[in-house]
Each structure stands twice: as C-alpha cells, then as structure tokens.
Design a protein around this ligand. Structure first.
Ligand code: ADP
Ligand code: MG
Length: 327
C-alpha cells in the first residue's frame, strides 16, 4: 500500500545519506569486499551503489522489494543475537516507495544478471536479463520525486552530499577490510584500499579523518574483562577545530549514545578544563550478551546491561590518556 510505504519510508529514509547507509549496510551484509558509491546532485538525482557481494537470486529480486518479506527476525532469541546489520526487511521497499529504483544482481551460479525496477510502488512483475559481472548494483533516481513535502525539508545539494559523505566515512571507519570509493557529480571524493583486519587501522583513519588528526591524536588501546577500547583521541588544540570528528563504534556498529558521549566529554573537560568536545575515533568491543541493539530504524542507540562499568572504563581510559599529555 503506497501510503503506508511512504509513511514508513519517512522513518527509514529521511535524506539521501540515510539511503546510502541502508544500501551500503546491505552490501556489507552480502559479504562485499568492494563498495562503490556514485552520487549526483547531492544524491537526489542519483545514487548508485555497486558491490561485489554474493548477489540476489533471480527469484528473490522482487521479494527483496516487498515489505517484511525478508525480515530475519523470527524469534526473540534472534533479536538478542542479531549480528547482521539489516534485520527489518524495510529499507528497499521504503526507498522504492519514494524514488525510481532499479536492482540488478548476479549470483555466481547464474549465467547473467537479472534486473527489476520500479517507480514509487509500481514495480515490473518479472525480472529482466541484464549485464553485470557479479554482485549487485542498486540505482536510486529522483529521490522523493513523489513526496514534495519531504523534498522541501532537504537542504542544498552540497549539504546533502556532505551528509552522504559523512555517512560513508562513518561506515568506512567501521570496516577497514572493505575497499570503499565514492564520487559526487563524477568527481572522485575518496578511494580507500582494503586493510588487514589484524592491523590497528591507522591508515584508514588517516585517509578518512586526515593526516592532521593522526598527527594530533593519542592512540589508546586498553582491555578489561569482557571490554576493549581502542582508537584515537584528538588533542585539545586539534579537537577545537574539528567539531564533527566524532566516531564511536560498539562491536563494529556506529553509535551515537548520549551517555557514552557524556562520559567522554566529562573526561575531557576534567583534564583539559575545556568544555570543548573532543575529536575521536573509538572502538568499544564488548561481549555481545552485555549489549542491546535498539530496533529503531536508525539503529544508532545501544543499551548496556552494565552501563556503569562501560562508562567507568571509557571515562578512565580517556582520562588517563589525556592526563599524561596535559600541557
Ligand atoms: P534487510 O536488509 O533489513 O533484510 P532490505 O530491504 O535492506 O532489508 O533488503 C532486503 C533483502 O534484499 C536483504 O535481506 C537481502 O536478502 C537482499 N539484498 C539487499 N541488498 C542486497 C545486496 N546488495 N546484496 C545482496 N542481497 C541484498
Ligand atoms: Mg537492509
């Protein structure tokens, strides 16, 4: 039902950056090791996401565009143990309902690729043969063409692309073993080569956050029972000039958690007598049983079973690291 889809779409896709996040997460779920994103006009004219993942079988293409047809949550245990990024089966149908979308995919066992496409909720009913070496290409054109009210809320192409770029940087920092590249209006923005997961990922951080960040950051890496925190903390002089450089991952998933952010800010303020928010790229790894993933479409909030312990560790590590360099 078109209206229901468009309303649901408002929760999942509020702007081009949200589309990019959902589609890149699908590519990652499909085991892609190379993901390319092309955007035109801030992503409103075109978003094309190409991956080398396992692809979608011909008979599953139409299902992938149908609401809840693919939800992977079968029970409460599934919900608790959820580890893949997509688990709602809502992104593709939601995006389709507010754009002109085409989905082309080829599994390794097929002779050629298959393609389905649609405008809003009007879909072709049979997959058509298509050409593609492997993996999946999703093309989203004319985003929000049929929902003028939403389109009015969007900013300039430049601003929308900045959000797209920010979303991609966030994803690229989460998965250094995956090659990412993206462009805007035909101009290459970043081209990131895949890194060894066993390394500390410094090269990815340098490319995504800039060499100045690494040169002006403290590397931290500490472990407690069931907890590990590693990453980079920008020194105050640098942090002051970087209001947006804040990347926090819990078990590889980007989160924006007010309590964790508060612990970081307090540690920073306490040592530096600065109310400035620090720049940071931090990875917190914790036993999955100790953390709840919020099922909100944006999926950026987390709940810890033992929040006090997590905050204490975060505060402690950051506090100690900064205290040692206090001017
Ligand atoms: P969800 O990711 O929540 O399952 P989506 O609407 O995002 O729902 O995607 C629907 C389904 O389509 C996925 O479950 C997956 O099976 C398939 N799919 C989507 N994108 C890709 C992709 N890039 N590669 C392989 N399969 C995909
Ligand atoms: Mg998904």
């Amino acid at each position: 039902d078109t209206l229901v889809n468009q309303i649901k779409a408002g929760e999942v896709v509020e702007r081009p950056a949200a589309v990019v996040k959902e589609l890149v997460e699908n590519a990652l779920d499909a085991g892609a090791t190379r993901i390319e994103v092309e955007a035109e006009q801030g992503g409103l004219g075109l978003l094309r996401i190409r991956d080398n993942g396992h692809g979608i079988a011909r008979d599953e293409l139409l299902l992938a565009l149908q609401r809840h047809a693919t939800s992977k949550i079968l029970s409460l245990e599934d919900l608790e143990g959820v580890c893949s990024l997509g688990f709602r089966g809502e992104a593709l149908p939601s995006i389709l309902s507010v754009s002109r979308l085409s989905l082309t995919s080829r599994r390794v066992d097929e002779d050629h690729a298959w393609r389905v496409h649609g405008d809003g909720d009007v879909m072709v009913q049979t997959p058509e043969p298509a050409a593609l070496a492997g993996g999946t290409v999703v093309e989203v054109r004319d985003l929000f063409y049929n929902t003028p009210a939403r389109r009015k809320f969007l900013k300039s192409d430049g601003t929308e692309f900045r959000h797209v770029d920010q979303a991609l940087r966030r994803l690229a920092l989460a998965r250094r073993e995956v090659a990412f590249s993206w462009s805007h209006n035909g101009k290459r923005v970043l081209d990131l080569r895949p890194l060894d997961v066993l390394g500390n990922g410094e090269e990815r951080v340098r490319e995504v956050c800039g060499p100045d960040f690494i040169a002006n950051a403290l590397h931290v890496d500490e472990e407690r029972v069931g907890l590990r925190l590693h990453g980079w903390l920008g020194l105050p002089a640098f942090s002051r000039s970087q209001p947006d450089l804040q990347y926090l991952y819990v078990n590889g998933r980007a989160v924006r958690d007010r309590l964790l952010a508060g612990a970081l800010r307090r540690a920073f303020a306490d040592v530096m007598h600065s109310t400035r928010y620090p720049a940071f790229v931090l990875y917190l790894d914790i036993d999955p049983r100790g953390v709840d993933v919020n099922v909100h479409p944006q999926k950026t909030e987390v709940r810890f079973r033992d929040a006090a312990r997590v905050h204490e560790m975060l505060f402690g590590v950051v506090h100690r690291a900064l205290r040692d360099v206090r001017p």
